[in-house]
Design a protein around this ligand. Structure first.
Ligand code: ATP
Ligand code: MG
Length: 410
């Protein structure tokens, strides 16, 4: 894509009321725009990043047998009354239509998927299975001050699994745990993300969160000094040693919850009478699990982790483009390289702007944070090629154009 045609522009300063690093850099770079506290428009650069994150998650969910669906955000009040959450869920947005019919704007989808599955699942032979979606969630978040880490409206991947027995859920839960680990590794936050024991519910003692260490986080976790498993401060009364390896020493860290997996048991299947016939022909309740990841939260966490004083450093796996090609002065060579890269399906943002200084172009490149910066100028061409620098490196080097294509093809 040509940068001259990108409708967004970088900005020197972020809005004054925006205190979080993630929102400041994402707004300045033209990835998102703030509509109001807790609601952000995702702009073209940001959308490319979110779509990449989404695709990584999709691949991992498909790998554990998830089938993708798409459920409505607008949900009938009755479903929420069936589980009791119409009156108990503090952060539920409620809306009324002209005839005074009431609806919830979905903060989560157990109330929709459980009755949905009642229409399709009759026998133990229909189990197990899992379905997931990427869908906007609405939550009345009162302390929306963490930029895109906490939205009132945000994209979540939510997967729900359905089982004949607790043992089968337990088995699937372990697979989901691994899939989550893969997602955080692949998107570049794996090293700082800890599997964290958190409070369970009536059906399991613990749930698990995936907590990423960052000062921008709102949670406190204790990470085991031996095995790096963590527990959330909220359950510290219940815990005297590491639930994984029995060790007693921990490091306290600030963290943000990027994902959560939860054994629901029959909490939602029971109120909706979601049952199947077991092998003996007896009616038995379906056992459920749920598994969430916030997409903007993952993207914002990445920015918190991967940035310096000049801007963002996107990991290659989710960068909006792989190459930032910068042309200094008008030169046909740059245009030719741009076409070549596009032809080879190497994603490239081409800074072809003619009215912008070299300094401003470099500052923009650092702010936007694309992994490879390739400068084409009379000077580089005289030196035999293009000037290449990775975003995380200080020094650039001149390499031949063919050489560059070879490196990028890897
Ligand atoms: P938190 O404690 O941060 O409010 P939660 O326990 O309410 O999170 P879940 O209901 O488990 O979160 O939602 C699943 C995932 O959705 C979370 O792990 C997180 O990644 C994401 N998420 C939750 N709330 C928000 C939000 N307001 N904005 C963006 N992402 C969110
Ligand atoms: Mg919450």
């Amino acid at each position: 894509m040509k940068q001259s045609q990108l409708f967004t522009k970088t900005q020197k300063n972020a809005p004054k009321d925006e205190v979080s690093t993630n929102a400041q850099l994402l707004i300045r770079g033209g990835f998102v725009d703030k509509l109001m506290a807790g609601a952000y428009t995702i702009l073209p650069l940001g959308w490319r990043v979110l779509k990449k994150i989404e695709q990584v998650i999709r691949e991992e969910m498909n790998a554990i047998g998830g089938q993708e669906i798409f459920m409505p955000s607008l949900q009938p009040k009755e479903n929420w009354e069936t589980t009791g959450r119409w009156s108990t869920m503090d952060d539920l947005y409620k809306v009324k239509d002209a005839s005074d019919r009431e609806y919830a704007l979905g903060p989560t989808h157990e109330e929709i998927i459980s009755p949905l599955m009642k229409k399709f699942v009759n026998s133990y032979k229909d189990l197990p299975f899992a379905a997931y979606q990427f869908q906007n969630k609405f939550r009345m978040e009162l302390r929306a001050k963490s930029g895109i880490l906490r939205g009132k409206e945000f994209l979540m991947k939510d997967l729900y699994s359905f089982h004949i027995s607790q043992e089968d859920l337990d088995k699937y839960y372990e697979k989901a745990k691994q899939a989550y680990k893969n997602i955080f590794d692949r998107t570049g936050i794996g090293e700082k993300t800890f599997l964290t024991f958190a409070s369970g519910g009536s059906f399991s003692k613990y749930s698990h969160e995936f907590q990423t260490e960052t000062d921008a986080g709102e949670d406190i976790i204790f990470v085991c000094s031996e095995c790096s498993t963590a527990y959330n401060k909220e359950i510290s009364d219940e815990i005297s040693h590491c639930p994984e390896c029995k060790n007693h020493t921990f490091h306290e860290k600030k963290a943000v919850e990027v994902g959560n997996i939860f054994k629901l048991g029959t909490k939602y299947s029971a109120p909706f009478d979601l049952t199947v016939m077991n092998e003996k022909g007896e009616k038995t309740p379906v056992i459920m699990g749920c598994y969430g990841i916030g997409l903007q939260r993952l993207m914002g966490t990445l920015v918190e982790l991967c940035s310096d004083e000049n801007g963002i450093l996107w990991p290659e796996s989710v960068a909006p483009f792989r190459v930032h090609l910068i042309s200094l002065g008008k030169n046909e060579e740059a245009e030719k390289i741009y076409k070549d890269l596009e032809k080879k399906n190497i994603e490239v943002l081409f800074d072809d702007r003619e009215d912008t200084s070299a300094g401003a172009k470099f500052a923009d490149a650092d702010l936007i944070g694309i992994p490879w910066r390739v400068v084409v100028s009379q000077k580089s061409l005289a030196g035999g090629g293009v000037e290449v620098k990775k975003r995380n490196e200080k020094e650039s080097e001149i390499i031949k154009i063919e050489e560059l294509l070879k490196i990028l093809k890897k």
